[in-house]
Design a protein around this ligand. Structure first.
Ligand SMILES: [Ca+2]
Length: 308
């Protein structure tokens, strides 16, 4: 098969075909056109092809045929002085796409702002920086929520159970005498929010909505990797279904080492048959408890109120 073209047009047809290696060009007809046949072989592979056709054979080497473009790049036949050009993938560069692209230096990576980019041959990896968790494309700051582990009454929890399974602080917490001991995983500035427990309420129909609320205290602290932070989470005051009284809620304590307070949030006060909101029943945010509307002062320095 072939078509009648001028000689230079025949070469052009070959350039446009990615698998064209050579052309057979016949003698000119009465109009001056020549037969043009594109071939997927060159004359060194199929000499007989040239003999049979008795045309003017012009071998035209398809430079892409030898696969000069590396690493899954695309070869375009006929461009530049070399008569081919390589279109590289994003991972490689160079005339023949032979050179790894350093995406970390070129800033063509998609690592998260809180991740480190590591260049590799043909690719790159991302890993979250210390204090952040994720796959490197998404990194989230360490976040741990400690709870009272569903303990109730006067005593602290006795078992960690699986409350923290799968969370950022999973495996970093031990429990001793009702106090949770957390081993700091990374040195850094930690924002700690401590919330005291609400006080209880009694059988009064309005008492649940007027119960004393715990304090919410927030601070940022530099914690050192490996240090022990002791955490005691306040437990809600008991619900008294029988009588007109209720106990207060427990405070929440976050303590460094043996006994250095970092942040403490007081618990809400107990109420007796409340008919309206008494804000002084809510926890104080100072070191001295609210006196309420009685002549007795509130507790101070972690001690409860003394009424005698
Ligand atoms: Ca690379």
């Amino acid at each position: 098969m072939g078509k009648e073209l001028m000689t230079h047009d025949c070469r052009y047809e070959c350039l446009m075909e990615s698998n064209c290696l050579s052309v057979n060009i016949g003698p000119p007809n009465e109009k001056g056109f020549r037969l043009c046949q594109l071939s997927t072989f060159d004359h060194t592979q199929h000499r007989e092809d040239k003999e049979i056709r008795k045309g003017i054979f012009l071998s035209y080497q398809n430079q892409c045929f030898s696969n000069p473009c590396l690493h899954n790049s695309t070869c375009l036949n006929g461009y530049t002085d070399k008569r081919y050009i390589c279109l590289c993938t994003d991972s490689y560069m160079g005339e023949n796409c032979e050179k790894d692209r350093n995406e970390c230096v070129d800033n063509t990576h998609d690592c998260h702002a809180k991740a480190v980019c590591n260049n590799t041959e043909g690719s790159f990896t991302c890993s979250c920086t210390e204090g952040y968790q994720g796959d490197g494309r998404n990194c989230t700051a360490f976040k741990a929520v400690f709870s009272n582990l569903n303990a109730t009454g006067r005593y602290g929890p006795t078992s960690l159970g699986s409350y923290y399974a799968g969370q950022d602080h999973d495996g970093q917490v031990a429990l001793s005498s009702g106090i949770q001991q957390w081993t700091v995983p990374y040195t850094g500035d930690y924002r700690i929010e401590a919330i005291g427990a609400a006080g209880g309420y009694d059988k009064g129909i309005n008492s649940p909505q007027y119960r004393g609320r715990g304090a919410r205290m927030i601070g940022t602290f530099r914690l050192i990797k490996g240090e022990a932070i002791h955490i005691f989470i306040g437990q809600e005051g008991g619900i008294n279904k029988m009588y007109k009284s209720s106990g207060g809620g427990g405070g929440t304590f976050v303590v460094r080492g043996a006994n250095t307070p970092l942040i403490i949030a007081g618990g809400g006060g107990g109420v007796q048959y409340g008919f309206s909101k008494h804000t002084k029943c809510d926890a104080s945010t100072s070191t001295t408890g609210n006196p309420e509307d009685r002549p007795w002062s509130g507790g101070s320095n972690g001690q409860g109120k003394r009424i005698f």
